[in-house]
Design a protein around this ligand. Sequence first.
Ligand code: ATP
Ligand code: MG
Length: 382
Amino acid sequence: MAKAVQEVLVRYGEIFLKSPFVFRQFEKKLVENVARVFKRRGVKFKIRKERGRIFVEAPVSEARELQNVFGVVSFSPVWRLGSVKLKDIKNFCKDKFKGFVKKGETFAVRAKRVGNHNFSSKDLEVEVGKVVRGKVDLSRPQKEIFVEVRENEAYIFTEVFQGPGGLPVSSSGKVVSFISGGIDSAVSSWLAMKRGCQVVFLHFHSFPLVSQKSIEKTKTIVEKLNDYQFNGKLILIPFQKVQQLLKLGAPAKYLVVLYRRSMVRVGQNLAEEEKAKALFTGESLGQVSSQTLPNLAVIDEAAKLPVFRPLIGMDKAEIIDIARKIGTFETSILPQEDCCQLFVPKHPATQANVALIKDIEKKVGVQKLEREILKEKREIFV
Ligand code: ATP
Ligand code: MG
C-alpha cells in the first residue's frame, strides 16, 4: 500500500490579498508563529510551505494551539499519501475508515483536485464513497471524508478546526496597549494582536495606596493573552504620585480625564523607548463618563501617536462575548480597586474643556512627574 505520513495542514486567508512582496513577508511571519506552537510543545517537527498553505510534519495531537495563532483560518490533521493513483487512494480509505461511520450514521466524501489526473473530483467522491461503509447523505452528513489531490500527492482528512483569522502577530509592528485588569482592555489588546500587532502591555497601579490586586489580575490576563503572541512584556508603572499631585491642584470632576491624559503621555514616552507605533485602549464610546465624545477628544489632544480604540463601536455584551471566548473574562471580573477611581467623585465632568485642562496641567507641573514615574517602571516578562 502507498505510504502515508501524518501531518497538520494549516490554511490561511486574508494575506492572499497582499502584493507578492508583502505576501511573502506575512507568510514568513506566519510560518514562524506556527513553528512556535510546536517548539513550545517541545516536539520534533518539520515545516514546509506549499502553494499557499503550510504543512507541519509533527504529532497531530500537538496542533491544538494553532487555534490561537492569528493568520490561521483553519487547520486539519491530514494523511499525506505519496500516490495519486485512484486505486491507492481507495485502498487507503478503505483501510483507514473501517468503522469510521458508525451504524445508522450517514457520510459524504468531499473531493478537490488540482493538476493532471485521469479522474475527476466527482470520480474521487464516487469511488471513495464506494469503499466506505455507511449511508451516503450529501446534504447533511454526520461524518465527512475530505480528499484533496494536488499534483502528485493526496491529502486525506476528516476534521477542520477553526483558527482565529486575522493577521500574523508582529506583521503590523509593535504597539503599547493600556491594560487595566478590567474586561475591556483585555479584549482591545487581543484585537490589537488580531490585526498583527506585537503588544507591549502597560499597567498603571496605585500600590501601595490600594492593594496589589490589579497587578495580580493584570498579570494573569497578560499570561492568558500571551497564548496568542507567545512572548510579551508587561510594564508596571506606579501612578499614585501623579494622582496625588492632580488631586491637590484640580477640581475632582476633571480627575479622570486628567489621569487619562497623563497615562497617554507616559504611554507615549514608553512607546518611544519600545519603538512602538501606536497606543491601544479599551475605551468604548459613551460607556462611562470619561468616554464621552468630548472627553475622548480631550484625551486625544494629549497624544502625538495614534490612539486606537478597537471597542469603540461595541456594546458591553459583545465585548463580554469576546472576553469569554478568549478566556480573560473570569479574571477580569474579580474585584479590584480601580486606580482611576481614586479621589474621583460620583459624577465626573462629561464635557472637559481642553484649555482649562491644559491650564491645570501646567499649574501643577504634572509632566515633570510623568517623566519620573516612567523611570520607576518595572518589567515583567510573561
Ligand atoms: P476596562 O474594562 O478595560 O478597565 P473600563 O470600561 O473599566 O475598561 P475605564 O476604567 O474607564 O473603562 O478605562 C478605560 C481604558 O483606559 C481601559 O480600557 C484601559 O485601556 C485604560 N486604563 C484604565 N485604567 C488603566 C490602568 N490602571 N492601567 C492601564 N490602562 C488603564
Ligand atoms: Mg476599568
